[in-house]
Design a protein around this ligand. Structure first.
Ligand code: NAD
Length: 700
């Protein structure tokens, strides 16, 4: 057995106490969750589990055998009870008489809903027959890297036999579907003592009569393969040895920050794409290796892998020893074009008369020697997960090329999965993207009242958000709250003083690495001050100018640079103030700085138009609730100017407004959303007052 140091073996997580008293279906859920809790067992969304359970038929009151199997589109690690489809076993068995042979196997999918037990709305997946026809109570199907490494080796049949003997069988590549279900049944009947089977280029099936035995078998079989591979790969020259040396971590991010917006611009023709950067040791070992280009060209093997990553990645022409980034950027259009042409040629070679139309021909995965891997997809989670899948593919190539010769799937088979009509139907069923899907927004003053409300509005519409603020504590609170509601993938934060040129540049670098670029800048950081002119110190005057004018200039300048590289247009929204249009007593520094802000927006609208960069202004007034400005000195000063307190002030402002209404952060956020979204795509250089009506602030 392997020693515990650097132990790549899976631990057996079955806990008899936890499992005690569970029903068969609860045991299935328990087993699925502990299997899926370790991504080395199966990739996100990959694999499925099942149990054949005796239930009471609601129609007859009699006992009846029901297949519980992971439903379409779920993930065994996070699946809940309602994630399983349930189907009558006798009906599934009766489908055999309808089967017209392998060329008609896809039509069997339409019969599955007719087998539903208890009107369960969870759709049964394409893999259902693979579980139904294995004549054992419990069945696991997983995509462990160690197993796929064996399955994707040229002599995978011999290797399977060498490792497992008669315990685990082997079946040649066959696209998952009804026919493969029958193959599995035949194998089981002919090999009653076998515990499972390796499917060539695909994964593992294991089975047993109890949930625990099934779990133990799956873990044990994966560990056996892992151990066998480990013995043959540790200390060996993997991927033919090293060709490139990694740049240091900061330099890797700097290169990624320049490459990602450029790539993003090229690949966002159909829809805005979001990027993800991965420079983990496994990725660096691969991108720096001698065999990387040759192996990458062979394409991925497991269907789950290439559905996420496309059949092969694009290798960026970067040489870390030369640092030829400018050259690479200049050559990028040609490289991307060549990839698209190659993909279109693959489509033309392999398509059938009834194939769906060509999909986005751009690469998903970009490998950069010395730097890492960049992935692009329609949203952040998909980009991240695509990257994780390519890491699975790297692990597979690592193992297979060390013990044998790695083989990708034959091109036609890969195409038939990628453009499978059943896969297309799944895509067509996907909900319509939200209005800011694929958009990335950077919000300054992102820890404040209006900043958080705006970020939340954007997140609800599918955007990714970078919160930038000078206040680290409030930033953390804001990020935690938004992450809680919208998930970790889509929220980032950066401590940044808008008056510090380097910090501003760094924040945009971070945004480029975290999401691939930006589409929306909300320049909103702010302070408020109040003092009669004689008591306005130069320091107070400069502080207002620095944050509210210079700060807005600095962030806009960086946004312009990034947006021009992407060449996808963009939207800049300044959160200014009613006070930038209408004078207010005892606040000359603030009012003047806000007026400068508004005029800066007009100038930038003029400059940005030819690049599709829109610049607009939202003018709030008297947003007391939620705003931190209204917690400190400003509150006291304003209150004393008007001879009242906070509540009195809100009341006073409400009564002063033409509409007699209080203005809330969410109202400002709505205006910031309007200027960010496509609905305002023909508006630039505009000012939208959100102040419940103030005649002095009417624009003209
Ligand atoms: P807020 O105090 O809740 O938020 C402002 C945020 O800006 C704070 O989190 C603060 O830490 C941050 N900030 C301050 N200086 C910074 C710097 N140098 N670099 C980076 N971040 C910095 O206030 P709010 O009401 O949400 O204000 C947001 C914007 O709206 C401000 O520009 C403000 O002038 C404007 N505004 C607010 C009102 C109102 O009544 N609340 C009215 C008119 C205009």
């Amino acid at each position: 057995m392997l020693k515990s140091v650097d132990n790549p073996l899976l631990e057996n997580r079955w806990d008899d106490d936890a499992a005690k008293g569970m029903s068969e279906s609860e045991l299935l859920l328990y087993r699925s969750n502990i299997l899926g809790s370790d991504k080395r067992v199966t990739n996100y969304g990959g694999g499925n589990t099942s149990a054949k359970v005796m239930e009471t038929d609601p129609l007859t009151g009699e006992p009846v055998e029901v297949l519980w199997v992971k439903g379409s589109g779920g993930d065994i690690g996070s699946i809940k009870m309602d994630g399983f489809a349930t189907l009558y076993m006798d009906k599934l068995n009766s489908l055999r008489s309808l089967y017209r042979g392998v060329e008609f196997e896809d039509e069997m999918v339409a019969y599955l809903p007719h087998c539903t037990f208890k009107l369960n709305p969870r759709a049964a997946s394409i893999d259902t027959p693979l579980h139904a026809y294995v004549p054992r109570k419990h069945v696991d199907h997983v995509h462990a890297d160690a197993i796929i490494a064996i399955a994707a080796s040229k002599n995978s049949k011999e290797l399977t036999h060498d490792i497992f003997g008669a315990r685990i069988g082997w079946l040649p590549w066959k696209r998952p579907g009804y026919e493969l279900g029958l193959w599995l049944e035949k194998f089981c009947l002919e090999n009653p003592d076998a515990d499972g089977v390796v499917l060539e280029s695909h994964g593992l099936f294991t089975w047993a009569d109890t949930a625990k035995d099934c779990y133990d078998t799956t873990i044990d079989v994966i560990n056996r393969a892992t151990e066998w591979l480990h013995e043959r790969t540790s200390g060996a020259r993997v991927f033919g040895g090293t060709k490139h040396t990694s740049l240091d971590a900061t330099a890797r991010r700097d290169v990624a920050a320049r490459l990602m917006p450029a790539i993003r611009g090229f690949v966002s023709g159909n829809q805005h794409m979001v990027g993800h950067f991965n420079d983990s040791p496994a990725v660096l070992e691969f991108v720096n290796s001698q065999q990387m280009e040759a192996l990458a060209a062979l394409g991925t093997s497991c269907p789950d892998h290439f559905l996420r990553t496309k059949i092969r990645p694009l290798v960026v022409d970067f040489d870390p020893s030369k640092g030829n980034l400018d050259e690479v950027l200049a050559g990028l259009p040609a490289q991307i074009d060549a990839y698209r042409e190659d993909y279109k040629a693959y489509f033309e070679r392999c398509k059938h008369d009834d194939s769906p139309a060509l999909r986005d021909p751009n690469a998903v995965v970009y490998l950069v020697p010395g730097v890492g891997m960049i992935t692009f997809a329609k949203d952040k989670a998909t980009a991240r997960i695509s990257g994780e899948f390519y890491v699975n593919a790297i692990n597979v190539m690592r193992g297979a090329s060390a013990v044998s010769e790695y083989q990708g799937l034959p091109e036609q088979e890969a195409f038939d999965i990628e453009y499978w009509l059943l896969e297309e139907a799944k895509l067509q069923r996907m909900p319509k993207p939200k209005s800011l899907a694929g958009r990335v927004a950077l919000v300054t003053g992102g820890a404040g009242g209006i900043g958080v409300a705006t970020a939340e509005r954007y997140l609800a519409e599918g955007a990714c958000v970078v919160l930038a603020d000078i206040n680290a504590d409030n930033l953390k609170t804001a990020q935690d709250a938004l992450t809680q509601s919208y998930g970790q993938d889509v929220v980032r934060s950066v401590v940044m003083d808008v008056t510090n040129e380097d910090a501003v540049a760094q924040a945009f670098t971070d945004a480029a690495v975290e999401f691939g670029g930006i589409d929306i800048l909300v320049s909103n950081a702010g302070i408020a001050s109040s003092a009669p002119i004689e008591q306005t110190t130069l320091a107070l005057w400069n502080r207002n100018m620095d944050i509210l004018s210079t700060g807005y200039f600095l962030v806009s300048r960086e946004a312009f640079k990034l947006m021009r590289v992407q060449d996808m247009g963009g939207s800049i929204v300044f959160v200014a103030s009613k006070n930038g249009l209408a004078a207010s007593p005892n606040a000359s520094a603030y009012c003047t700085a806000k007026a400068a802000e508004i005029h800066l927006a007009r100038c930038l609208a003029l400059e940005g138009a030819e690049a599709g960069i829109r610049v607009n202004v939202v003018n709030p007034d008297a947003v007391l609730r939620g705003s931190k400005i209204w917690e400190g000195e400003w509150l006291d000063q304003r209150a004393s100017t008007y001879g009242t307190d906070k509540q009195g002030l809100e009341e006073m402002y409400r009564n002063r407004s033409m509409l007699k209404r209080s203005v809330l952060p969410a109202d400002i956020a709505e205006a910031c959303y309007f200027f960010a979204a496509e609905t305002s795509s023909k508006s630039t250089g505009n000012i939208l007052n959100v102040d419940a009506g103030n005649v002095q602030a009417f624009t003209r």
